[in-house]
Every structure is written in structure tokens, then in C-alpha cells.
Write a protein of this length. Sequence first.
Length: 180
Amino acid sequence: MTEPPSTGAPQYPPAVYAQAVPGDLTSAPPASLLRWFSCTAAAGIVIGVLWWLLAPGGAFYGSGEDPANWLPRDLVLGTLGLVAGVVVALFLLPQRRNPGSYTKVLAAVVGSAAGSVIAWQLGDLAGRLFGHAPAHPANASIAFSLRSPGVLALWPAICALLVFAVTLISLLRSGPSHEQ
């Protein structure tokens, strides 16, 4: 291969010779994405059962007749979602350097959102099936239900924010890349 004669002035733009990266090395396989989505969504079953067991007015704590139980009940679901988001992020962090990691993060975050809804619906179902509601409730919040739907966003938000923050910090620590 012959090189063009040098004229003394640098070429703009400089010639770049690199091999293209095959597509299979830059994307995650669909089975992996389905696994990330389904595992995080299925964790909603565990979170829903734990919410029913641990929340006031649920299986073990409180009688369900106090109308002021709605805030602690929602906080229990929010805390469980927070813990679940941290756990999912801890499983995602080792994957962030692998090909297609952003699609795995997206699948896990969408699965976390689905898991939050599954946990909410399962807890409500358990409350209707196994809960004790008084004959003449003073308020609708006595029934085992979610009154603050914003807590459903905690699980996917914490997961996404933790992965983003750790990735950003690791990129800032590594400094600029000078590969040519």
C-alpha cells in the first residue's frame, strides 16, 4: 500500500483506518433482554407478598381498622421498592462493560416498572381476599390499598439512577481515552 506524498501540511480531516465492529458484538441477545425483563418483573410477586405481610393492615401488623394506616402502608411498599431497585442495580453494575449493556439496563428498568405494578396489584388482591375490613368503614383508606401511586416509580427510578451514577463516576475516574 503506497502512501500519498507528504506536502508538509497536515491533512484535515485526518485519515482514520479502523475495522468495523460486527453488530453481534455491540448488542445484547434477545434472550438476555427477555431474562432481564422477566426476572425483574417476577420479583414484583415477592415484593407484593412482602408488602401484604409487613404493611399495617396486612397479614401480621395492625388490624386494618385504623384509617391513618394508609401512609405507613404506602411507605412499606416504597421501602421495598427502594431495596428492590438497589438489588437490581447491583446485578446490573457488573454488566455495564459488556456489549449491549444499555439495552439490558433498559429491559431491567422496564421490568422493574412492571414489577412495581405487579406488587401493587398482588398486595391489593391479597388485601381483598385475606384482609379484615370492618362492616361500616369510616373511610375508604381502611381497605388494604395503595393511596400514593408515586411510590411505584421508586423501584425503576432507583435502579436507573444507581446504574447511571456509578457508570458516570467510573467514566470520570478513567479520564479521556487517547486511543488512536
